[in-house]
Design a protein around this ligand. Sequence first.
Ligand SMILES: Nc1ncnc2c1ncn2[C@@H]1O[C@H](COP(=O)(O)OP(=O)(O)OP(=O)(O)O)[C@@H](O)[C@H]1O
Ligand code: NI
Length: 329
Amino acid sequence: MTIHHSETLITPALQLDHISVEYPRYGESPHVAIRDLSLTIAPGEILALVGETGAGKTLLARTIMGAIPGGGDRTTGEMAYNGRPFSDLGASDSPIKPARDISMIVSNPRRELNPVLTVGQQITNVIRHHLRLSAKEAQHRALEMLRAVSIPDPERRMDAYPHELSGGMAQRVVIAIALACDPGLVISDDATSALDVTVQLQVLELLQKMVSGKDVAALVITRDIAIAAHFCDRVAILYEGELVEVAPREAFFDRPHHPYSILLMAAFAHSPELRAAWTAEPLSSDPPRPACSFAHRCVRRQSRCFSEAPMLRTTADNRLTRCHFPVEG
Ligand SMILES: Nc1ncnc2c1ncn2[C@@H]1O[C@H](COP(=O)(O)OP(=O)(O)OP(=O)(O)O)[C@@H](O)[C@H]1O
Ligand code: NI
């Protein structure tokens, strides 16, 4: 009897294989903004993508959404949604649709909402556009969604305009819209950064509850590692367009393996001592490739880090680290 291992594996909601995104530069080699990035997210799983400003987090989200900004190109890689390959979500013949299959939540909810339509009209429109429902059924579903995102007095809120909502309420409406058509993947790009801390926590808890209850995969993009500490199953650390560590949340926060992850943790732990211990004297000029992209900031750098770019490799069960000299054990 043959055992089909593949049948026991869950098909990822999102699979990225070797994605690179480049920006051409006049008279120079192109700028590689995302380099050979592979990851998967399972249905119901929350993956936090953490990295500092300019790391390429939003660019990755926009690559998935088929909307790379400013003349950039996906030069390598494959993407699949629930096992089905896709390239351009925006194409009219694409079987996978943005807002239906993959939806995105960004940080300024009021800008996402149409100021001249009521909350009810907006949710109903999205539902009717993507699902074959009558006006009445769509309205019923819209109301259900508002209830699901804990909007008080949802019947009355159906008739409210976006400017009548607080930031937190508006973000709940955006989440309701994002989840109204049962997408397989939700991408949150810094979605709560503009909210007060307490509201931020409520919205994240809500998002967590919604995605796990509906088996939706979530890619939660943030600069704030504290968000990853509370609201994810796995953490992926992005540095200058490259994944440098991918690990289950508990393992990661118990002991990060990559020197850059440790620096991020020092900020999270508010530990100036840790930060000082892991901050290197910067080099006077950028190291030439091939080199580890973190080498010029790394306290563990050795000559090998400047002659050989490290691969993302397994350093422990279920975790990957891109470092010649990871902090293991
Ligand atoms: N129009 C463009 N031209 C050239 N490079 C670009 C362009 N747009 C984005 N990039 C490249 O993409 C990189 C990543 O930008 P991105 O907006 O994804 O960062 P981010 O991780 O989302 O940062 P933040 O946390 O500030 O939102 C930039 O540093 C730059 O290298
Ligand atoms: Ni961004």
